[in-house]
Design a protein around this ligand. Structure first.
Ligand SMILES: [Zn+2]
Ligand SMILES: [Zn+2]
Length: 306
């Protein structure tokens, strides 16, 4: 069991890479010190994440910890083998497009192609993430699966992994299709000269965004960016707004906020009162209290309804 966890912690392509965890912790500490210093009556405004019982040991958090292990194992053993690789998609796209071109375009330097390819992967990936996330909310069948993620009543970094295996499957396919599509097009246009700008082996842009507190989106640290910056980038507070009851149809974005603005689902964190409740009404929450409920409730709901 420790093998896969170890792999997640040392792989810069994974959210749980130890460097990202440490950078999130440092940002959390600096933010908390700053907030505490700003409010003289800090005793009454003790940050919720310092409250062990009501935050780290909240029943919703305890369920996140249990689900993390089971959900990740299911993802590795049952879901990953079902996902076609980005390489397969890239080769298929290349085979389809190649007959329509006169060979690779010459004239662009290797560095320019690398930068263009890295930016394209990042943008197409982020747009497809937005589109799928929005679909998970607006399609009544898919919503039953995405409800698992929104059933968290407190957010901690492991709430990110409270995702149903069907959603994991869809996001895995999304990754392969988006990365494979861009790679296939670039192979057709520029031949095998394409390369990815990486930091420690991870996509350079993903590395930088992951370093900037990726784990704090699923936390109660309401870290806001200035309003003008939130028009372009999703702040941790903006994702927390997405989890607030009554605001779930806003801020579907992953890293870039431009998709939310373009398609009318953008909400700045300053437009919403901080600390609103998360999860669902009590009569619904009773279906999301255990690991087995998180796994089977979506199917139960679909069978009951139709
Ligand atoms: Zn959502
Ligand atoms: Zn979330």
């Amino acid at each position: 069991m420790t093998d896969w966890l170890g792999e997640l912690l040392i792989n810069p392509g994974q959210r749980l890479f130890w460097v990202y965890i440490i950078s999130s912790c440092l940002i959390a500490i600096v933010y908390t010190l700053y907030q505490t210093r700003r409010s003289s009556e800090s005793a009454s405004l003790k940050p919720s994440w310092l409250n062990i019982k009501n935050y780290w040991l909240h029943p919703s958090a305890l369920l996140d910890y249990r689900y993390f292990f089971i959900g990740t194992l299911i993802k590795i053993v049952l879901i990953a083998p079902l996902i076609l690789s980005a390489k397969t998609v890239a080769i298929t796209v290349f085979k389809y497009l190649a007959p329509y071109t006169d060979g690779p375009i010459e004239g662009l330097s290797h560095q320019s192609i690398t930068l263009l390819y890295t930016i394209s992967i990042f943008i197409v990936s982020d747009l497809s993430r937005y589109a799928l996330h929005r679909l998970l909310h607006t399609n009544k069948y898919l919503w039953q699966f995405h409800k698992v993620h929104h059933s968290a009543e407190v957010l901690n970094p492991l709430s990110f992994y409270r995702v149903h295996p069907i959603e994991n499957l869809l996001f895995g396919l999304r990754y392969s299709v988006s990365v494979g599509l861009v790679t296939g097009v670039f192979l057709t246009l520029f031949g095998p000269r394409i390369g990815l700008w990486t930091i420690l082996g991870a996509n350079g842009f993903l590395f930088i965004f992951s370093l900037l507190g990726t784990h704090l989106r699923h936390s109660h640290l309401y870290i806001q960016y200035p309003r003008y910056l939130e028009k372009f980038f999703i702040s941790p507070a903006m994702h927390q707004v997405h989890h607030y009851k009554g605001h779930m149809l806003f801020n579907y974005g992953g890293y870039l906020a431009v998709w939310d603005r373009l398609f009318g689902s953008w909400k700045a964190s300053s437009d919403v009162q901080q600390g609103l409740p998360m999860g669902f009404a009590n009569n619904q929450m009773q279906h999301y209290r255990s690991v087995s409920q998180l796994l089977f409730q979506p199917f139960r709901a679909l069978i009951k309804r139709y």
